[in-house]
Design a protein around this ligand. Structure first.
Ligand code: SF4
Ligand code: SF3
Length: 538
């Protein structure tokens, strides 16, 4: 195996024996084969000129399932490979096989043959370091985009341009004569389509569940048994709330599901208790104490430790999977029957209280723009000197204490704009407010970074500026998995410069690609809190 797609990759070089995330060699190789065969299907879609929604969904699901910490289940990956083969076979039946490449033509339904092939098709097959770096940068960006696209699709929202672009970009990464210049263009185009996918998801979420509102979220535990829901899928959240109504079971969000608390549609449910716990990487300890069933709707799953007892209380759904956990699939109408989770919860004890704290969030762009006059007034009067976008992912590395220290050391006339699970590094610090404007404005999940861009663009217009980089906004982004890659590419495609990216630069960026990003976008890594504060705030 060789995998270097996330920030925690071994030695900041690559995982070669087992993933730091817990992914084993067989799953890692099969995920490589799934990407390979998905690229083959994408090539066929491009040759055909279009595809039906089912094929596009297959492509998005395949990419999503390989995101860090989403799925550790070999049988789920094999199943996805075979379903992809079936679509390939169908398309080849229509367009024939003449002129097709090896990746497009490859077909097999035999487990042993697939496992043999899986060893052959890894990342290191591209020998040229710069080509490999750019191909992986595009592929990881597409994984993040596909996840956001999937969440919009299940709510009935679709943008065919995004669907077709994902196929086209995947197909382009397989071309034999890839020029570095063409691949760089593809990176930027991936970012542009990432913006479209995030816009689509924002439209899907707000049209379905209303605009996020400023909300004080309770992090304490109640007296009733509960179900904990984690991940990013708001459609699952809605179905769970609907099915637990009147059962005496409370629902709690975890990690990236926290922003569900901000949506008017979910506030209607009396049994929606609040949030339990922190970012994904603390789950071994927190799931143990929760006592009730846990539903993982997407990444990020941490494999339970030997002394953990909650595996039989853990449920996964759609692209999330873990061997030994209970898996719930949607029926042909997209409905998921969560009765097994609810029945289990009834026999469980209430969660152990972790903390008595309330945290305010819900500052997506619609809400911030409602406060725009006040924000502009505070900037003009000098009470707000700068905004610092600190969006992205959290992770276990001790280096990430940097973000807590950085937030704590920011001068009191600065405001943090955040989204994603990165917020857990500073959302409980009690950083106060500036004349009623909280100093940490949480827009929501990682995809809601789109909201932060909308806020920046609105401020640019309000201040009559031509360039978004002239705003008093700094970017200090934390990344972990591939959704953060598409957020980064989206920001670059919108012309945002001077982004600090940490806690380490991606291992998959070759020196040439880093030079390109520095020259064109002035991207920088992190240094020390003091040095970075000096650079960003002065
Ligand atoms: Fe390693 Fe990250 Fe890949 Fe897991 S996803 S195998 S931690 S690089
Ligand atoms: Fe977090 Fe996994 Fe990325 Fe959605 S939950 S931001 S790491």
């Amino acid at each position: 195996m060789f995998c270097y797609q996330c920030q925690e990759t071994a030695g900041n070089k690559g995982c070669t024996k087992i993933g730091v995330c817990g992914k084993n060699e067989d799953v890692a190789n099969l995920q490589d084969l799934l990407i390979y065969t998905t690229k083959g299907l994408a090539g066929l879609v491009v040759k055909k000129g279009k595809a039906c929604a089912k094929v596009y969904d297959r492509i998005s699901n395949n990419l999503f399932i390989t995101i860090t910490n989403a799925n550790f289940d070999e049988s789920a990956i094999l199943d996805a490979i075979k379903k992809t083969m079936a679509f390939k076979e169908k398309i080849m039946g229509k367009i024939g096989t003449e002129g097709l490449s090896d990746v497009e033509k490859y077909l097999s339904y035999d487990d042993e043959e697939l496992k043999r092939k899986a060893i052959e098709v890894g990342v290191l097959n591209i020998i040229n370091e710069d080509q490999r770096s750019l191909v992986e940068l595009v592929t990881y960006g597409l994984k993040g985009m596909a996840a956001y696209n999937h969440h919009a699709n299940v709510l009935g929202f679709r943008n065919e341009e995004v669907d077709f672009f994902i196929a086209k970009a995947l197909a382009k990464t397989t071309h034999k004569d890839k020029e570095v210049g063409d691949l760089i263009d593809l990176v930027i185009k991936t970012g542009e389509h990432g913006v479209m996918a995030m816009a689509l998801l924002e439209m899907a979420n707000t049209e379905t569940y209303g605009n996020p509102e400023i909300t004080e979220v309770d992090f304490s535990a109640g007296k009733n048994p509960g179900i904990l829901i984690s991940g990013h899928d708001l459609h699952d959240m809605k179905m769970l709330l609907e099915q637990t109504k009147g059962t005496g079971i409370d629902v709690y969000t975890h990690s990236e599901m926290l922003p569900a608390n901000y949506y008017p549609e979910f506030k209607k449910y009396d049994n929606f208790h609040g949030n339990y716990g922190n970012a994904w990487w603390k789950q071994n300890e927190e799931f143990e104490k929760f006592n009730g069933p846990i539903l993982m709707t997407t990444n990020c799953i941490v494999p339970p430790k030997k002394n953990n007892t909650y595996l039989d209380r853990m449920f996964t759904t759609s692209n999330a999977g873990f061997p030994g956990a209970n898996h719930i699939e949607a029926d042909e109408n997209g409905y998921k029957d969560f009765s097994a989770i609810i029945e289990m919860a009834k026999s469980c004890q209430a969660p152990e209280n972790l903390e008595d704290i309330k945290v305010v969030g819900g500052f997506a762009h619609n809400q911030v723009l409602a406060l725009a006059d006040k924000v502009i007034e505070e900037v003009n009067s000098g009470n707000i000197r700068k905004f610092v976008v600190m969006a992205g992912c959290d992770g276990r590395s001790s280096k990430r204490n940097y973000y807590t220290d950085f937030a704590q050391s920011l001068p009191k006339d600065t405001v943090i704009l955040t989204a994603g699970c990165a917020k857990y590094r500073y959302n409980k610090l009690g950083l106060g407010d500036i004349n009623g404007i909280p100093r940490v404005l949480d827009a929501g999940q990682c995809n809601d970074s789109y909201s932060l861009v909308q806020i920046a663009l609105a401020l640019k217009d309000a201040f009559g500026l031509d360039d978004v980089n002239d705003l008093p906004i700094e970017y200090n982004i934390a990344w972990y998995e591939q959704k953060a890659v598409i957020v980064l590419l989206a920001l670059l495609s919108l012309g945002v410069k001077n982004i600090h990216l940490g806690p380490t630069l991606p291992a998959f960026l070759s020196p040439t690609v880093v030079d390109f990003l520095v020259e064109n976008f002035n991207i920088a890594g992190n240094t020390t809190v003091e040095e970075d504060l000096e650079k960003m705030i002065g």
